[in-house]
Structure formats: C-alpha cells, structure tokens
Design a protein around this ligand. Sequence first.
Ligand SMILES: [Zn+2]
Length: 145
Amino acid sequence: MSETGFLLPDPEDPDNAPFWAATARGELRVQRCIGCGRRRMPPRPMCPGCRSLEHDWEKLSGRATIWSFVVPHPPLLPAYAELAPYNVIIVALDEDPTIRLVGNLVASADGSIGEIDSETIQIGEAVRVVFSPLGDVHLPRWVRG
Ligand SMILES: [Zn+2]
C-alpha cells in the first residue's frame, strides 16, 4: 500500500513498467506478441499462444465498453471508505474485447471515484480512458462517451 492509503501498483515492476510509463504520457498500451500478434494483459514475458519472448507495446484508442461493475460494500480500507459509495468497473477494450481492465467510472481525470451515481451505470456503455495521477502512477480510469 502506498502513502496515499490506496492499493496501487508498483510502476517499477519489470513486466509492468512500460505500461505505467505509457500511462504517464497519457497513452494506453498493451503488450502485443511479435510472433503471432496476440495482445496480452496483464503483461508477462512469454506469449501464452506461441511462446515467443518478442513483444512490443501497441498504443490503443482508449475506447472501451463497460463489461461489468460493482459497488463495493464495507468493510473497506480507510482510504476507500471515505469515498464510498463508489463504483468499480470492468471494461472490455474496443480493439480487443478479450482484454479487460479494472478501473472506476469518473466524471473527469481528476474526479472522485464516488461522484458517479452507481444507479446510472449501464453494462455496455461506451467509455474512454483518462489518466488519474495517484501516488507514483497515472491510473487508467474511465469517462462516458
Ligand atoms: Zn504469440
């Protein structure tokens, strides 16, 4: 856990560092196998399809649809309890719906994860990525449209 009180990823992790370097530049990138073209997330050294170790980081549009969501209930960690009720969404990326990312639906990049009325969230809604600076990372979050 970081000094923010939030559970945050380690941007220095060797497999994940290129992902977090991209989000810091305002880009959503996923690993893509050079051998077979398959995208993969979370990042890892070897392609599960063809076992190639060669890969690049494809820049995506940042467009996605809401695949599922939850509204977490107590008990929550203190940093999260202050923001409750809030949403956690799973999005399927437009370029590759088999890749799903966990995040939050917000009104803007600097918005709170509790500012969207969860009753209004619809599975299948179109969303696009924004990047919220938090601790040492820029977290992908999602806005409508
Ligand atoms: Zn492959």
